[in-house]
Design a protein around this ligand. Sequence first.
Ligand code: UGA
Length: 425
Amino acid sequence: MFVRRIAVVGTGYVGLTTGACLASLGHRVVCADVDALKVARLEAGQVDILEPGLAGLVREGATAGRLSFTVGARDAVRDAEVVFLCLPTPMGAGGAADLSAVEDVAAVIRDVLPYGCVVVCKSTVPVGTSTRVAALLDREDVAVVSNPEFLREGSAVRDFLHPDRIVVGSDSPQAAERVAALFAKLGAPTVLMDAASAEMVKYAANCFLAMKLSYVNAVAELCELVGADVTAVTDGMGYDKRIGGSFLKPGPGWGGSCLPKDTHAMVRIAEGVGVDFTLVQATIDTNVRQRQRVVDKLRAAVGPLAGTRIGVLGLAFKAGTNDLRDSPALAVAELLAFEGAELVAYDPEIDRPLVGMTVVDDPYVAVSGAAAVVLLTEWPQFRTLDWTRVASVMSGTTVLDTRNHLDPDALRRAGLTLRGVGRPV
Ligand code: UGA
């Protein structure tokens, strides 16, 4: 394998995972960020992102002399053969992706990129961005490649080192081959294509996943009304290889830093070319309704929510992360607070104050005096709470488990009334 000199611009969970994992494959990697404090912490081996295995890889890479950090992109790319852009592309005006970070960096590095290097867009960007980056760089000797990432927060290192596939797109087949070769050691199926197709793969995949979830959430709603059990239904569906068993768990709606942003961006992309992508719009609308359904269920169980104390278990958008971006749990809490509910919340990874609720550091304090408890994030430790103790400190008996995560027998034994999702009431 060729050892390459690589620069990674942006040290969020994608950039840092990419940098640390490429270093673990033997490459020499410099990671850059504009945040000097973050760089100093990383140089000291301190990783603030909750990502299993990442801190270990960062320290290993640094000790081996294969991984270093620097402030600013210019410095990082001076000596690079391949430059990865791992920058935020948040939801901008009207739902379209905001590309200003990518564009700013392209402008900053254009005149310091070494002759013949390859620039890789890893950020999720609309079709045509690689071409736009190439135009901004305006360097005939520099090829631009799209290499979308499929990393899930909370298992990013695992996903990087054991990918289902690697997608590399470029209008320069040599540049695409060069980038694909960086991952050769992983032995994953590699799909080479043009840049526009690679950019589209990412949106198409994330929107499909979101659609699968909205579909299953809608099926769960039907199950409640027709007397079926969604767990049995999804078991029965999942064995069909064409459907697949994963991403079939109903919940309070999907969220996080990617699926909401990418579904909105896809709708805008479609609109931009005159296509009414109603399927993706319906996926988003079903998700919004899902959050409201949680509130409706609580109201049905305990009556008007104004002044009612609700214990909230879980705030992160899924278990295993401390990420609150577009968290369905927060969206539900906001709706509850809007109706005047008094919220006391606990999440094992969140200890900062949040608007509209009291955040406590003990689950039993969160449920104390609560007319109802709502579980919104599937942290494993919630399954093993002492439910008899929970029952003894609550003022009511309703527990709404929006993830079908709890053991019904344990709650029944404690005298609590468990309401799940997609089960007959
Ligand atoms: C998602 C994709 O899964 C990754 O492949 C992609 O690389 C990433 O976005 C990205 O674009 O960077 P992530 O946002 O980390 O990854 O989270 P997921 O594990 O996909 O979960 C998304 C949401 O769906 C969460 O709110 C989760 O609780 C929910 N979910 C997931 C369910 O409600 N049920 C399921 O069965 C699975």
